[in-house]
Design a protein around this ligand. Structure first.
Ligand code: NAP
Length: 318
């Protein structure tokens, strides 16, 4: 797209949803993945790029930031920003913003849906009816969710929204995180292993990135045990997927419900074949209402930057 001198140039590093792109085009000249699609044109344009628009699964590394001397802001439409080299951005005084809060309800709703879907075998039950198998006898019994023990790995914005909902199901809630939260009444466990050992459902809702990589591995799954179900609505990187497949094969845990994967959108054949696994394609925040709210916030952060106003939702830390 040709540059317009009156509009700041923005590089989008992901295919932006129309909800965001439409508002951006009125104010910015948007270069859609130009660095990948046309590296020669990108090299010419790079000195003029003042913003990057990204989504939660985008990668923005130090090398890309280094090519953009006029870069002021990286606006992520998503709460997770583990693909952004925030340290490299900060070293260049480039702001990084994300969209926390507005997606809590949806991700928490999905976590509950995954637990219910797994416990009550909804995908299997649906297939069962469609295939006409009901005429030959009933579906094997499922499990009761109400009253079960829920372990939350992460009790931030979304973790708390999951706990709130789980409370209405009479679930007994405990959590782990890097430190105990003041003012929280749920029992705190010092590690994911300790939490798993007293959970029926272990729901992972931490950020991704190096610090949480493979936080859920063989030891945690062993502790969760043969009646336990792992639910991941965080990032694929947080769960050691090879260890999870081993645990499912061996019956070390009862099953899993997964919205995120290590190599998504590719999902390992092994995971796809387990009857005791429920799979969704990273749809935690994927409702029209919430994606609109995320787009509005990502756009508002760009607008704030270019009008000299305080950023609405910079990522935490300095
Ligand atoms: P948040 O408010 O920052 O909460 C993160 C929680 O994780 C905090 O309780 C934090 O506690 C804990 N945590 C961080 N590092 C940890 C570690 N090494 N070990 C144990 N706990 C750790 O974030 P949020 O808004 O709830 O979002 C959480 C994540 O959900 C996002 O970063 C994103 O990756 C994921 N997400 C997924 C979807 C989806 O579509 N499936 C949608 C939105 C978000 P301490 O700081 O006390 O450790």
């Amino acid at each position: 797209m040709a540059s317009n001198l009156s509009k700041p140039d923005v590089l989008s590093v992901a295919k932006l949803p129309p909800l965001l792109l439409e508002s951006m085009l009125a104010h910015y000249t948007v270069h859609d993945r130009l660095h990948v699609n046309d590296p020669t044109a990108f090299a010419t344009l790079a000195p003029r790029i003042r913003a990057i628009a990204a989504t939660g699964d985008s990668k923005v590394d130090a090398a890309l930031i280094a090519q953009l001397p006029a870069l002021e802001i990286i606006s992520v439409m998503g709460v997770g920003y583990d693909g952004i080299d925030v340290a490299a951005a900060r070293a260049r005084r480039v702001a990084v913003t994300h969209t926390p809060g507005v997606l809590n309800d949806d991700v928490a709703d999905l976590a509950i849906a995954l637990m219910l879907g797994w416990a009550r075998q909804l995908p299997r039950a649906d297939r069962f009816v469609r295939a006409g198998a009901w005429e030959n006898g009933p579906l094997p019994l499922g499990r009761k969710l109400s009253g079960a023990r829920l372990g939350l790995v992460g009790l931030g914005r979304i973790g708390q929204a999951i706990a709130h909902r789980a409370g209405a199901f009479g679930m007994r809630i405990a959590y782990t995180s890097r430190s105990a939260k003041s003012g929280v009444l749920y029992p705190y466990l010092p590690s994911a292993v300790a939490l798993a050992a007293q959970s029926d459902y272990l729901v992972v809702i931490t950020p991704g990135g190096a610090e949480t990589r493979h936080l859920i591995g063989a030891a945690v799954l062993e502790a969760l045990g043969p009646q336990g179900c792992l639910v991941n609505v965080a990032r694929g990187s947080v769960v050691d997927e090879a260890a999870l497949i081993d645990a499912l094969r061996a019956g070390t845990i009862a099953g899993a419900a997964l919205d995120v994967f290590e190599s998504e959108p590719r999902v390992s054949q092994a995971l796809r074949e387990f009857e005791q696994v429920v799979l969704t394609p990273h749809i935690g925040s994927a409702t029209a209402q919430t994606r609109q709210a995320m787009a509005d916030l990502a756009f508002a952060n760009l607008q704030a930057q270019f009008s000299g106003q305080p950023l609405l939702t910079p990522v935490p830390g300095r």
